[in-house]
Design a protein around this ligand. Sequence first.
Ligand code: SAH
Ligand code: SF4
Length: 379
Amino acid sequence: MSQKTPLLDHPLSDWPVLLSEGKTMPAYRSRQVAQWIFRHHVSDWEGMKNLPEEDRCRWSDRWDLSLPVLREERMSRDGTRKLLLELSDGARIESVLIPRDDRATLCVSSQVGCGIGCRFCRTADMGLVRNLSVSEMLGQIRLANRLLTERPIRDTLGEDSGAPFLSRVNHLVFMGMGEPLANFDTLVRALSVLTSPEGFALSPRRITVSTSGLAGRIRDLGVAGIPVNLAVSLSAPTETLREALMPISLRHPIRSILEACRSYPLRNRQRITFEYVLLGGVNDSPDQARELARLLAPFRSKVNLIPFNPYPGSPYLRPDRSRVLRFQEVLLAKGVTATLRTTRGEDILGACGQLALTPSPLPIKEPPTWKTIDSSMPV
Ligand code: SAH
Ligand code: SF4
């Protein structure tokens, strides 16, 4: 028997040929397969009830549809769920499901570990283990959708917040483990399935790719023709400081990153997000805010301020709230839109920069706030 390979590593446009294997097959057959996978979250051939059994048997010998294995799951007080997933070679990654009002955002990993080495990031300590494949990137969304159908999530930040139950991922951020633009070809192929009407059919406007600033790849993403939102992690207003915090700056200085951003095509009212991790006493002074505002003045941009999320052994401190607000005020006064990211999932180390393989086992836990889903709740 031939070795099974993941069907989802192949572009959707190849599926009709791959699945027909030279036999005559109705043109709609591969579309039906896609519907089972992307709409009904099926992960085995037997589940595709309306397809001829003979085809399903043949395909199941050849094509693998399996999902990553959910090894551990942690639920935060605010409704965030951190998923520890195991891939077919035993490598482990994390995805984070974040409910926020009517949004179910999945924070997706693009690599096992990360080779960029930012000094304030927990994932950096792992180094780069390997790139993810297309099927592994997409597997995170498929699995999350499957979990959501079984148990929808809800923003539980405010008690009785009235937030709806969410049963499908409707926003994606490539802000999990890894540097997505360092796994560029795979990323673009995954984006193509995510946005294809026959795939996940997500609008590119609901997808954000976050990068530490690989200038050439930012340009390449711009020409790839999938107009996703671009987020650039800047985190320092000067070259010297950025080099100290993010060694990638030695190869991609701020000026070439901003130059690349200028070439990134923006639709009406679309803006580039600049993420800025605020590290107490390091990059959080009002002068540094002014310097940042000056750098970003030529851009249609917004700044997302992320107060540092500490983790065991981390060398930095989170600034006081007053300092964070002061930094934001300076930007706003200079006409730069600046939002403060409310930290989600912090109690389970599921917040930005805290993703790494947690050494202690995390039991699958029901949160104290979890309610039994009954038919009166929208699913
Ligand atoms: N590698 C990509 C995407 C993943 S990191 C990137 O760096 O953009 C996602 C975001 O988390 C980045 O903006 C990064 O700067 C931020 N981040 C990393 N470590 C953090 C920490 N300890 N606290 C807060 N934000 C952090
Ligand atoms: Fe990698 Fe992003 Fe962490 Fe930097 S912040 S080490 S690029 S995951």
